[in-house]
Design a protein around this ligand. Structure first.
Ligand code: GLN
Length: 191
């Protein structure tokens, strides 16, 4: 599959979807902002951006996207709030998760004082760490044994893969470093 014929859908209901689209543009990948269920069909993969997971959870129902994404079998990447939504379970009952990854998420897990920070993520697939932006980030807890850890800060899990789904608790679209999006495209979409 050539890059030009690859189209990645970016869920565009709320949150940081514009920056994901800009990053994919930079990599030469076509994108489609997803708001309606039938828009997902022609995409080779789907990104669920960061934002407010309780709001996105509600909008998924309003826009009738929940079932589509629950059944979507192509690669997906959930960043921050997107990771909360794709997890099996969040600590907040206001978020109705999509139950796609056997892992638990704890919202706003770094507390108020350090709601946002930049940290160096150690990657399993690259020697050079990734300088990552964390904004009111969740924690990824109790991963199932089929979950592969791809990134950590001080030994804490912040980036994982389960089958053809990636979750990161940080915002890779907010830096100029394309390595996380490249990993998604090269390892999951074009493999
Ligand atoms: N705190 C947000 C939530 O729980 C996530 C923040 C983000 O996506 N940057 O939904």
């Amino acid at each position: 599959m050539s890059l030009k014929s690859t189209t990645i859908g970016v869920l565009g209901l709320q949150g940081s979807f514009v920056r994901h689209i800009a990053m994919l543009d930079k990599l030469g990948v076509q994108t489609k902002q997803i708001r309606y269920p039938n828009e997902i069909d022609n995409c080779d993969g789907l990104i669920l951006p960061g934002g407010e997971s309780t709001t996105i959870s509600k909008l998924l129902d309003e826009m009738k996207l929940r079932e589509r994404i629950q059944k979507y079998n192509r690669p997906m990447f959930g960043t921050c709030a997107g990771a909360i939504l794709l997890s099996n379970n969040s600590d907040d009952p206001l978020v109705h998760t999509l139950n796609r990854v056997p892992i638990n998420t704890q919202r706003n897990a770094y507390g108020r004082q350090v709601e946002s920070f930049i940290a160096s993520v150690d990657l399993s697939f690259d020697k050079k760490p990734f300088n990552a932006v964390f904004i009111r980030a969740p924690k990824l807890l109790q991963p199932g044994k089929e979950v592969t850890v791809l990134g950590t800060i001080n030994g804490e899990i912040v980036f994982v893969q389960y089958e053809n789904i990636l979750l990161s608790t940080f915002h890779p679209e907010l830096t100029d470093d394309p390595r996380i999006h490249s990993y998604f495209i090269k390892q999951l979409i074009r493999k």
